[in-house]
Design a protein around this ligand. Structure first.
Ligand SMILES: Nc1nc2c(ncn2[C@@H]2O[C@H](COP(=O)(O)OP(=O)(O)OP(=O)(O)O)[C@@H](O)[C@H]2O)c(=O)[nH]1
Length: 298
């Protein structure tokens, strides 16, 4: 059995969560067109007959504006520290920029093998792809350069094959049927947050956190009480919407997906609470699971 850990690193919106879901063939991370969707590093596990690869998704590395952003960057680097291999995922459809240079400098200091994964090739012409490959080759001594489309799942088999060849013989860390390492409540909250991200604009998506407060069961339903935290009264108004229309729609979409995921009828109760400036409060971030205990003293 070959096994090992692979960290997914990249700028916000590169497609890390989309790739992670495709690699394990299950929705383990939420996706949205808004940058900085992922806040925690999560593990997804792919077990084949001859191998087990543990992928560590990380928040997109970016210039932080809040304590939450600083913690997200720290989390991304610390998640990458103990791995065997790094996938550096870039969005091939946007030009190289200072943000990429920032990530490359960090990668150079990590002294780990790095695969450059050029994502979103479904958006590129063949000539553009060749040009991109030539440019990226010069920037760092990558162990491999692999063009893919996470969305259309193009070239992912190749990516897995090459990765397996780089892994050493090892133990099976997780049971074969386990695909992620977090409790079900985490994905429940993330699915609700995903619907908020889908339906709201501008500053609202970044100001939202979701907490599952209670789960009960009656004869027909699993009853989930979830709290949506926002930073300001005006955002609370937006989430609730005119005559409660927005929160109804968030609830409807989330309930549908949760039912599919959990395979039983769900009754979803959503509440909204204003928690002023929560993104800058360390205690709140810790309570929400955005600060890992080992990062506390840094
Ligand atoms: N066309 C195209 N779009 C893609 C591809 N992969 C991801 N996307 C889109 O890019 C956007 C961002 O994808 P995510 O997977 O959320 O990106 P991420 O890197 O996890 O983003 P953060 O959570 O912000 O760090 C979404 O709208 C995806 O649908 C791809 O291969 N092709």
């Amino acid at each position: 059995m070959k096994s090992g850990f692979v960290a997914l690193i990249g700028r916000p919106n590169a497609g890390k969560s989309t790739l992670l879901n495709a690699l394990v063939q299950q929705k383990v991370a939420i996706i949205s067109p808004k940058p900085q969707t992922t806040r925690n590093s999560i593990r997804a596990i792919r077990t084949d007959d001859d191998s087990q690869i543990i992928f560590v998704d990380t928040p997109g590395i970016h210039k932080p504006k809040h304590e939450l952003g600083t913690q997200m960057n720290k989390e991304a680097y610390s998640a990458a520290a103990g791995v065997d291999l790094i996938y550096y995922l870039v969005d091939g459809s946007v030009p190289f920029g200072s943000g990429d240079e920032f990530v490359l400098n960090t990668l150079r200091q990590m002294h780990l093998p790095v695969y450059l994964i050029l994502n979103k090739i479904d958006l590129l012409e063949k000539e553009q792809l060749i040009e991109l490959l030539l440019q990226w080759q010069k920037r760092m001594d990558f162990k491999e350069i692999i063009p893919i489309s996470a969305k259309t799942q193009n070239n992912l088999d190749q990516l897995i094959e090459v990765t397996k060849n780089d892994l050493t013989d090892g133990v099976q860390y997780y049971p074969a049927d386990q695909v992620c390492d977090y409790p079900e409540q985490f994905i429940m909250a993330e699915i609700i947050r995903e619907k908020v991200l889908m339906l709201t604009e501008e500053e609202v998506p970044h100001s939202v956190a979701v907490v599952i407060e209670r789960i009960r069961k009656n004869r027909e339903h699993l009853i989930i009480h979830a709290m949506i935290l926002v930073e300001r009264d005006s955002q609370k108004g937006i989430i609730i919407g005119k005559q409660g229309r927005m929160i109804k729609q968030i609830g409807m979409l989330a309930r549908e997906e949760l039912q599919g995921l959990l395979g039983e009828p769900i009754f979803l109760e959503l509440f909204v609470r204003v928690e002023k400036d929560w993104r800058n409060k360390r205690a709140k971030l810790q309570q929400l699971g955005y600060i890992q205990t080992e990062l506390e003293d840094e």
